[in-house]
Write a protein of this length. Structure first.
Length: 90
């Protein structure tokens, strides 16, 4: 009777591909862990961005720096110089 039970169990495991499903589960588990790490990183970035926005609300110079960075803005009659480094050897 025990041999019949073992045989049926092995047939069931093979028919349902339990080992393949377990391996797939392990792969998905590691993928979930990677996604959770990415979510944590994005949360940190969001917190940093919120902090920068809060600083921008209270600091006029920070606000101006952000606007200039995004829109490459200049004041009327303002001259902007772009300084570029020369490659080594020239």
């Amino acid at each position: 009777m025990v041999l019949v039970a073992i045989g049926l169990t092995l047939a069931y495991v093979q028919h349902r591909d339990l080992q393949g499903r377990y391996q797939e589960y392990r792969v998905l588990e590691s993928d979930i862990q990677l996604v959770e790490e990415q979510v944590d990183t994005l949360r940190e970035n969001l917190a940093d961005s919120k902090e920068r926005v809060d600083k921008m609300d209270s600091d006029r110079l920070e606000k101006e720096a952000v606007v200039r960075e995004i829109r490459r803005g200049v004041y009327p009659d303002e001259t902007v110089f772009h300084v570029k480094a020369h490659p080594a050897g020239e």
